[in-house]
Design a binder for this molecule. Sequence first.
Ligand SMILES: Nc1ncnc2c1ncn2[C@@H]1O[C@H](COP(=O)(O)OP(=O)(O)OP(=O)(O)O)[C@@H](O)[C@H]1O
Ligand SMILES: [Mg+2]
Length: 291
Amino acid sequence: MTRTKHDQADSTIPLGPTGRPFREFPAPPALNGHGPARIISLCNQKGGVGKTTTTINLGATLAEDGRRVLAVDFDPQGALSAGLGVQTHDVTTIYDLLLSRHRDPFEAIQKTSVEGLDVIPANIDLSAAEVHLVNEVAREQILAGVLRRVAPEYDVILVDCQPSLGLLTVNALTASHGVVIPLECEFFALRGVALLIETIDKVRDRLNPAIELDGILATMYDSRTLHSREVLERVVDAFGDEVLETVITRTVKFPDASVAGTPITQFAPEHQAAKAYRQLARELVFRGAIA
Ligand SMILES: Nc1ncnc2c1ncn2[C@@H]1O[C@H](COP(=O)(O)OP(=O)(O)OP(=O)(O)O)[C@@H](O)[C@H]1O
Ligand SMILES: [Mg+2]
């Protein structure tokens, strides 16, 4: 059971924003070897909730902790590729890999400015993929086939989904061991989450029995507003311990870092938001979602 604010008066232990005793997750031990990767999709069909920001910064902080990370841009907007400062034109993209089984997926991988964090980019071509794949055999399993070939080289693969529950997102869920759902601490946060969970359940039933919900991540939290605190309380009431203890606060540093094409951990390494993403990486390792 999570404690409520009313219990706080009785306790000397400070509570974190999700109502559980505040704690810091320790840096994980170094790994003895690398791979095969656990694949995690960052998924929410609602737009602008922090999927891409989380993919970039979780990827960067996991790499800081010695994990080999591959981030996959699975949104035709290419925001992940831009946020990591990589080329998206005249290069091999995820679209090329989906369309041709004969392409070598390693050909598409680009290094980023963060040691240990690589990316497969996307561009607007990917918007045609759903139409092209719809008549393919096992059309939901195409991304899984691509990622299976690169997984041995990485500890974790993060797939940044587009804001839709269409065939691309179903491909991402079919390829994944886990899903992290970023939720913006705003009025309509919970709208659509039931549909997303239902989609994950259908994918588990029909395509990928092993898929797990790794956690719900509250983003754009503003502790100064009652509204933000109330939304987070409702999210915790609805999902209990599925809600990650780490909460990402709202700060203008994120848009600034995106413009600079770098993770916040490089743009403002000591900023509270960079520290929050370090905690997120460590919490996911602590929970066993990542090696
Ligand atoms: N914690 C935060 N505080 C303030 N701004 C943020 C935060 N996280 C993300 N943003 C900004 O909000 C916008 C949307 O974030 P982001 O692109 O990560 O969301 P998304 O879920 O990937 O969106 P889409 O559904 O369009 O792909 C971006 O401009 C980003 O810089
Ligand atoms: Mg995005």
